[in-house]
Design a protein around this ligand. Structure first.
Ligand code: AMP
Ligand code: MG
Length: 431
């Protein structure tokens, strides 16, 4: 691997470009109950079935009045009372106030609601206290102020979280049309790997990447399919790839560095693949491979043909992730997750970097010219006007799962920085 590798930014832009193209494919859709919609990607718009609010609504407990009369601090007899859930029987009579609760419809004729706390109530009359002013429309949300009947409130491609589910519920959507999750084949490679429930013999290790990648895929909105582990031979890899390539995305772990048994790249070359890059100036994760396998001429997927009209005979994005667990996880978040999001129909494809303050200097010098994504722990208990504080987790390289499990983010160290001072503002990627 020479110095002609792409920088992190170049690779990220290339992946984002492919993701934007892939987002043009329309995934198949299915209907789910609103209660099962969390994390799903909306396939059909959610529209307002009525004006919101459907009536002029009071935002306070208090008295609906005419602003001219209330502002003049007139004594106003209380003509009636409306709770949330009732409709006022009539318009507000002139020279009167109407007692009203939060969420209740404001009677016609009233143009403000004076908060309970700001009136003197004597018997059945109220008066705005002399120290307070009131403006027209204060404490009233007008009918239709939030949205109008027929307005599109959530577009296809929206990821359904709690707020979006609440909005859909408020518009009467008991079920939603969402995109089918992309099927992500996970192919781990390596003669050293044994299953989780086996005791490793000499020189062997348990396959931790398969369950890790399955968890990452599920969390990112994909449907993980773990394939049998492939041995480090060209034949084993060729056989495994034939199974894998009927998925919507293929993640291969291991076999991409420059070692003698790093067979992934040649195997992809034997298929009709386009390779976009075979390494990036990042650490960890430098040997990452990204390409697309043409789906023509591939054997049908065991028991599970690709759904008709799903993505059609489109090429299948493939990532050759470095085998070291932290490298696999970092490159998944940085590069595979955007492609997965695009194939899932999501309109949010970019990794979500946020700012934090480094609480300790990064003493580790990196190799110059590599953007580093180092496992770190971010503490979120900072006061509201401080950035969260983040510190690197001590590690023994990118195979150190003990360290990785203590971390909750990666700190980004730009390629032109050897180390960073305590107090520096840094970008982090939560994981
Ligand atoms: P490779 O990228 O195949 O050269 O692997 C790099 C390192 O990651 C080696 O130490 C492998 O043993 C380790 N590794 C590869 N695949 C896995 C896996 N599925 N689970 C855990 N470690 C792995
Ligand atoms: Mg290997």
């Amino acid at each position: 691997m020479g110095d002609d590798l792409l920088s992190y930014e170049q690779a990220a832009e290339l992946v984002a470009c492919r993701a934007r193209d892939l987002a043009q494919r329309r995934p198949a859709t299915e209907r789910v109950d609103l209660a099962d919609a969390a994390g799903r990607i909306l396939a059909a718009a959610v529209a307002a079935d009525d004006d919101q609010p459907p009536f002029a609504r009071s935002t306070r407990d208090g008295y609906a009045c005419r602003v001219a009369e209330a502002s003049a601090h007139l004594t106003l007899p209380v003509a009636g009372l409306t709770h949330a859930g009732e409709a006022p029987p009539a318009a507000l009579p002139a020279g009167k106030a109407w007692e009203i609760m939060t969420g209740a419809p404001v009677p016609a004729g009233a143009d403000c609601v004076v908060m309970l706390e700001y009136v003197e109530r004597v018997g059945d009359t109220i008066r705005l206290v002399s120290s307070r002013r009131i403006e027209a429309r204060e404490n009233i949300v007008a009918k239709g102020a939030q949205s109008r009947r027929g307005d599109v409130l959530l577009k296809p491609g929206t990821k359904m979280g709690a707020a979006q589910i609440a909005l859909a519920a408020s518009c009467g959507y008991a079920r939603l049309e969402v995109y089918v999750r992309p099927r992500v084949a996970i192919l781990t490679t390596g003669d050293e790997l044994v299953p989780v429930d086996a005791t490793p013999g000499p020189g062997k290790i348990r396959n931790s990447n398969a369950p890790m990648l399955a968890a990452l895929v599920a969390h990112a909105g994909g449907d993980p399919v773990i394939l049998p582990t492939a041995a480090d031979t060209a034949e084993a890899l060729d056989d495994a790839l034939e199974l894998a390539t009927q998925a919507d995305i293929l993640l291969i772990s291991g076999g991409v560095s420059a070692g003698k048994f790093d067979l992934v790249e040649p195997a992809l070359a034997r298929l009709d693949s386009k390779i976009f890059f075979t390494g990036i100036r990042i650490q960890p994760g430098k040997p990452l491979v990204f390409g697309e396998i043409a789906s023509s001429g591939l054997k049908p997927y065991i028991n599970r043909p690709r759904s008709e009209g799903h993505f059609g005979p489109a090429p299948i994005p493939v990532f050759g992730l470095p085998g070291n667990p932290i490298s696999s996880a970092a490159t998944f978040h940085l590069f595979a997750a955007p492609i997965l999001a695009a194939l899932a129909g999501s309109n949010e494809i970019y990794p979500r970097f946020v700012l934090a303050e480094l609480s300790q200097a990064t003493d580790r010098k990196g190799r110059p010219g590599l953007t580093r994504f180092l496992p770190a722990r971010c503490e979120f208990n900072a006061s509201v006007n401080e950035l969260p504080k983040v510190a690197l987790v001590p590690w023994h390289g990118s195979g150190d799962l003990t360290a990785f499990a203590q971390s909750n983010c990666f700190v980004v160290i730009p390629e032109d920085k050897g180390s960073l001072e305590a107090g520096s503002m840094v970008r982090i990627l939560l994981h």
